[in-house]
Design a protein around this ligand. Structure first.
Ligand code: AMP
Ligand code: MG
Length: 351
């Protein structure tokens, strides 16, 4: 299959191109497109055959559900059995935006999209290109991240092509994404809502709108995550893992820098290729290895935006050992640490 590339500027949308892309989706094809979080791999969510192609293209386990994307808040109604009061408040506050809400699914949503669950995750993305495509297609669009399973989520069109060129019908290149990590997922089907995946919208922001929410144990208890059955099935899989062996070093800044310098020297002495994931505040303190700054620690968006690209870059550079600084486990830092820990296979030391 030849993957066709469409370049669409999010500030100057050309409707004829959107129509072409929407047509591919309506015909049961696969189209990758940008959202504000990461690039998604879209298919008609109501067409079981189309959705099953997503699993094949990504090599995704079939019990890992897909998030359904809509272009208008009202579109949620026919996909769910009911909209709890909590969900209405969250939709009003955060949609369009990086929040996926889990509802009880209605009959029209195929089990092939929900990984056989009775629930469905739905989100309205905050990206003009994504919204135009979904609107024009006129159907809800199932769209997981447009990477091959286990690789870091794509934040640029080139990442998508790296993984899926020749396996999907088309890609819409709308430039780099803004946020860079996947949506926060909140399940409102239980009495006390539960955050199943941390993201750019934080627990505190959600609690300001609907009061107390819990966090899934699989997120909190990072070290033992594998011994918990994650409620968001995707959370249990190996993810984001770079090919090199990765270790996170957590603690006071000066101790972290000192320890990473020591570990890097050890590996370099053995002839190994070492990468260091640093920040603008610390990058000049490292002495050896290939140092990549995620951005300014004080600016969480700067960090999230560069995180997955950095993990991919380390692979391109064929780095064998990766040492990364840690992040505080609150606010957006919790989402950053969640992705880093998965990338490192929960390999972490405190100094
Ligand atoms: P991705 O779109 O690649 O970020 O993956 C979507 C993730 O959302 C899945 O891996 C699940 O962890 C989660 N998810 C989607 N639908 C549901 C659902 N109905 N219940 C729980 N988690 C879900
Ligand atoms: Mg994904």
């Amino acid at each position: 299959m030849v993957t066709k590339t469409y370049k669409i500027d999010k500030d100057n949308i050309k409707l004829p191109l959107i129509k072409e892309v929407a047509h591919i989706l309506c015909e049961g094809g696969l189209v990758a497109f940008p959202t504000e979080t990461v690039y998604g791999l879209g298919a008609n969510a109501l067409d079981i055959d189309a959705a099953s192609k997503i699993y094949m293209a990504k090599g995704r386990p079939s019990d890992n559900p897909l998030i359904v994307h809509i272009a208008h808040k009202e579109d949620v109604e026919k996909l769910v059995t009911n909209i709890p009061e909590n969900a209405k408040l969250l939709m009003d506050k955060f949609w369009p935006g990086p929040l996926t809400i889990i509802f009880n699914k209605s009959e029209i949503v195929p089990y092939g999209v929900t990984g056989n669950l009775e629930t469905v995750g739905i989100r309205m993305p905050d990206h003009s290109v994504a919204l135009a495509i979904i609107d024009e297609a006129g159907v809800p669009i199932a769209a997981p991240s447009a990477n091959t399973s286990t690789r870091p989520s794509p934040t640029k069109a080139s990442h998508v092509l790296e993984d899926l060129d020749g396996r999907i019908n088309a890609i819409v290149d709308g430039g780099d994404v803004n946020i860079g990590i996947e949506s926060t997922i909140v399940d409102v089907t239980s009495e006390i809502p539960v955050i199943l995946r941390p993201g750019y919208i934080t627990k505190a922001e959600i609690e300001q709108v609907i009061g107390l929410v819990n966090i899934d144990k699989a997120i909190l208890n990072n070290k033992n995550a594998d011994s918990f059955i994650a409620k968001a099935p995707g959370m249990k899989y190996k993810h984001y893992a770079p090919r090199g062996e990765m270790l996170i070093v957590e603690g006071k800044e000066e101790n972290v820098v000192c320890k990473i310098n020591e570990l890097a020297k050890e590996k370099i002495k053995l002839g190994k290729k070492v990468g260091i994931i640093a920040t603008e505040e610390t990058k000049d303190l490292y002495e050896d290895g290939i140092i990549i700054s995620l951005g300014r620690r004080v600016d969480e968006l700067d960090i999230t935006r560069h995180l997955f690209n950095t993990l991919r870059e380390l692979d391109t550079l064929e780095i064998e050992y990766i040492f990364s600084e840690g992040f505080t486990n609150d606010s957006v830092g919790q989402a950053i640490m969640n992705r880093l820990l998965k990338a490192a296979g929960h390999n972490i030391i405190k100094v």
